[in-house]
Design a binder for this molecule. Structure first.
Ligand code: GEM
Ligand code: ZN
Length: 374
């Protein structure tokens, strides 16, 4: 059996692949960082009809080690259809198995969103008559950082920003952006309502270097971009610096930062309740957003991060920094690496398709709230 990870978002180290029933592997650390959790590899030379077992032997030392409990790895024979495989976790690592139906299979922490698919998504977006490439930043390793502008019809539009995948291993985030861009093709009544009052500013991927390198959390300088918003730098976090410069030039009336969460098996949001500038107006907007999203999509408010105490928010996080700086509705949207346990799908768990559907539902909520953003 051959194990490979020399490709876009690949991450694995082979310890011993001699026994196909017990292949011993390890997750490589993020580039220039001690974080690790994301994995993605290709196993070739499988014996069809035979059980193959894999162990990530260092999983118990990973960044979010408690998140492996209740988690199932994903596998795919064709790179398109991804499904969950029987998985257990103990002190010796994360163990998963596959009764092979083909001679090769990919395994990953979540359904990967590839650079090639990102390129196709941009072409699809820019084919729309009201979408332009407003600006293009550059990552540390020189990968493009496109900022798309979806022009509405208002003469003085509200400006709604969405950025995705600051944390490169959270691949559900660009799946979400694909769902949003595909919705723009539908041009339905809700979308017309939204675009009659607002323009959209989209950064489909904030951390292309980290994703290509197979990182979970950091960019090519080993920086967590979602801790860089108070003091971004050209040398260590140019991705954040670029977006802040564009925000200053365009303005912001609403902001969504799209992420994935390793631990909590639900879709949820984290808001700006701890910001010094948090007001009853923003609190009411946050509550209405959550109420409306619960009514239309896979979302809940019972499970999530602990709320920040008043004035105690970490303004180095994108959501808090943008909410404070622009006095606007700002949310971190979290999708699970596991499943949304209110509507579980045993075959796939949470996946790309459900991430895309969530984006459509959030657009419906924004359409209903656009008049209240200011
Ligand atoms: C999280 S955002 C954490 C927000 N926490 C509170 N209490 N508002 C991060 O960056 O750690 C997003 C993520 O990693 O997915
Ligand atoms: Zn994240």
């Amino acid at each position: 059996m051959q194990i490979r990870s020399d490709f876009d978002s690949g991450n694995i180290e082979v310890i011993n692949a001699g026994d196909p029933g017990q292949v011993r592997l390890a997750i490589r650390k993020d580039f220039a960082s001690d974080h690790f959790q994301w994995f993605h590899f290709l196993a070739e030379g499988l014996s069809v009809g035979q059980r193959h077992g894999f162990s990530l032997t260092n999983a118990a030392q990973s960044s979010y080690k408690s998140a492996w409990s209740g988690y199932q790895a994903v596998a795919s024979y064709d790179g398109e259809d991804w499904f969950r495989v029987p998985t257990t976790f103990d002190a010796d690592g994360l163990h998963f198995e596959l009764l092979a139906e083909h001679s090769s299979a990919r395994f990953a922490y979540f359904e990967p969103y590839s650079r090639a698919r990102h390129a196709r998504l941009l072409v699809k977006a820019l084919a729309l008559p009201n979408v332009e490439l407003l600006a293009c930043g550059s990552s540390l390793q020189g990968r493009e950082l496109p900022l798309l502008h979806v022009r509405g019809t208002a003469s003085a539009p509200r400006k709604i920003w969405l950025i995705a995948q600051q944390h490169p291993g959270e691949h559900m985030a660009e799946w979400y952006m694909e769902g949003l861009i595909e919705r723009l093709y539908q041009d339905d009544e809700e979308l017309q309502q939204l675009l009659s009052k607002a323009d959209l500013y989209l950064v489909p991927h904030m951390n292309p270097d980290g994703a290509f390198l197979g990182n979970l959390r950091t960019n090519a300088a080993g920086k967590d971009l979602n801790r860089a918003w108070q003091a971004p730098s050209a040398s260590e976090s140019p991705e954040v610096l670029f977006v802040q410069q564009q925000m200053a030039a365009q303005g912001v009336d609403c902001f969504l930062d799209i992420h994935g969460d390793e631990e909590i098996p639900y879709v949820f949001t984290a808001g700006c309740e701890g910001n010094p500038g948090f007001t009853p107006r923003l609190d009411a907007l946050e509550q209405e957003f959550r109420r409306r999203l619960m009514a239309v999509g896979e979302f809940q408010v019972e499970h999530g991060y602990p709320r920040d105490e008043p004035g105690q928010a970490n303004l180095a996080l994108a959501c808090n920094w943008v909410g404070q700086t622009y006095d606007c509705l700002a949310y971190t949207v979290e999708m699970p690496f596991k499943d949304h346990n209110l509507s579980p799908d045993p075959r796939t768990g949470w996946n790309g398709a459900r991430s895309k559907r969530l984006a459509r539902d959030v657009l419906s909520v924004l359409a209903a709230m656009v008049d209240k953003l200011r």
